[in-house]
Design a protein around this ligand. Structure first.
Ligand code: SF4
Length: 438
């Protein structure tokens, strides 16, 4: 691949594709294209992309053919075989970007008729220019909380040994070992490294069936990324892990509601006492709940016990779009809103964990609904999380649920929110109370 110096004039990114062995190929004469919504294709240039940040991974998409722009004819094309090596099949390529970045376009591809659904990752657009992979993403959080360069395995392993000696019988500590060493969970690693935020997975069950649930997939078409916790830790086990973290980490955060569990509100009977045990010992640290916020009645008990902050997962603030993704069982979108209002009324810090996908999140109908929502329910923060789900399957499901007009663009959406709500924090990670800027 050729090297050269960048100039300021926006230049087209060269398209990429993969051969059947998964080798990434540069396709000179063809421009990389991103998908900013259903059938919304945008040619990528150096001005709307950045160099792929450290930790990003490239993926070959089986059963998917790249959509590119032919620079000679100006026509958009679907490449099923290599124009430079006739007969060699080509497959689409995408980038799975690091935390802290919002994707503005996903990889542009068409599916083969027999294509299986893609596993649970985000599939961001990517191209090549000036000797580097470039991708259309926007940075929203600069904190190195999950920067892999700061989490060397040998230090994680040493931390595991230290905690094993310190709390040999604690089953939650043991569960987190698997999270850190086998699943590579950054939150699990941070507990053993004594950094930022520690996870407190507790719940074995959930009352939602999210299309992209990473801890339980029942349909069999997609594999879940990790197994759901198969026991309920005691309040004492939870408090021991939490206090160990809070006592040794400045501005520590401890969080219920992790990828390896169900809905923590459904374990309120053990989480409430755990919070009381922690607060009996210290008022340091931030006790946070990542939740689908489905049960305001159970949340009330946790707020009473001393919960500091709430993060509510939403793919949309439009009930039909929400229900199509979360597939709630025994609750409604209005219950989620009631939980948000309850936490705000108690002066807690409330974030939404906004599962975003260009074309759905920045559909004008969603933008209007979100703006109206924040006016009525003045949340403190939006945590922008790129949706880890097959984008074409997601578009089809969401388009069936509600109108998806021409997207306004993720960058424009962020700009509009910053203008309309100057105090609203945009980021990726649960901030400690020391950084709530209230
Ligand atoms: S709320 Fe969480 S645990 Fe429940 S189905 Fe959705 S992703 Fe899975």
């Amino acid at each position: 691949m050729k090297r050269g110096h960048p100039s300021k004039r926006p230049r087209p990114l060269t398209a990429l594709a993969a051969d059947p062995e998964g080798r990434i190929l540069e396709l000179p004469g063809f421009q990389a294209v991103g998908m900013a919504g259903p059938e919304v294709f945008i040619p990528l240039t150096t001005s709307d992309t950045i160099v792929l940040p450290y930790g990003g991974e490239l993926m070959m998409l089986p059963g998917r053919r790249p959509v590119v722009l032919d620079l000679e004819s100006g026509a958009r094309r679907i490449l099923t075989e290599n124009p430079f090596e006739p007969g060699q099949p080509l497959f689409a390529v995408s980038a799975f970007n690091s935390p802290g970045y919002v994707h503005a376009a996903v990889s542009a591809f068409v599916e083969d008729t027999d294509a299986r659904i893609l596993p649970l990752f985000s599939y961001d657009a990517v191209g090549w220019q000036d000797g580097a992979f470039r991708t259309p993403i926007l940075r929203v959080d600069r904190e190195p909380r999950q920067d892999l360069r700061r989490m060397p395995r040998e230090r994680v392993v040493a931390g595991v040994a230290r905690m094993r000696r310190r709390m040999p019988d604690n089953r939650l500590r043991k569960h987190l070992e698997r999270c850190a060493l086998e699943y590579g969970c950054p939150a699990g690693k941070n507990f053993f490294l004594g950094r930022y935020e520690a996870p407190l997975p507790t719940s074995r069950v959930c009352n939602a069936r999210c299309l992209g649930c990473i801890s339980l997939q029942s349909g069999g078409e997609i594999r879940s990324s990790q197994e759901r916790i198969d026991f309920t830790p005691t309040a004492e086990e939870i408090a021991e892990v939490a206090l160990t973290h809070i006592r040794r980490v400045p501005n520590a955060v401890v969080s219920f509601g992790q990828g390896c569990e169900g809905e923590p509100l459904l374990a309120a009977d053990v989480i409430g006492p755990a919070i009381r045990l922690i607060r009996r010992q210290t008022d340091r640290g931030t006790i946070n709940l990542n939740s689908n916020a489905s049960r305001p009645d159970l949340l009330a008990a946790l707020l009473e016990a001393g919960l500091d902050s709430l993060r509510v997962s939403l793919n949309s603030v439009r009930p039909d779009v929400y229900s199509t993704y979360f597939r709630p069982h025994g609750y409604r979108f209005q219950d989620v809103v009631a939980s948000i209002d309850l936490a705000l009324s108690r002066g807690r810090f409330v974030s939404i964990n906004y599962l975003n996908c260009p074309g759905v999140t920045d559909a004008p109908e969603e933008v209007d609904a979100l703006t109206a929502f924040i006016r009525i329910h003045p949340i403190d923060m939006i945590q922008w999380r790129n949706l880890n789900y097959d984008p074409l399957r997601y578009y089809r499901a969401m388009a069936a649920a509600a109108p998806l007009g021409p997207p306004v663009g993720m960058s424009r959406l962020l700009g509009r929110l910053q203008t309309a709500f100057p105090r609203l924090i945009h980021g990726y990670f649960n901030p400690p109370k020391e950084k709530w800027h209230r």
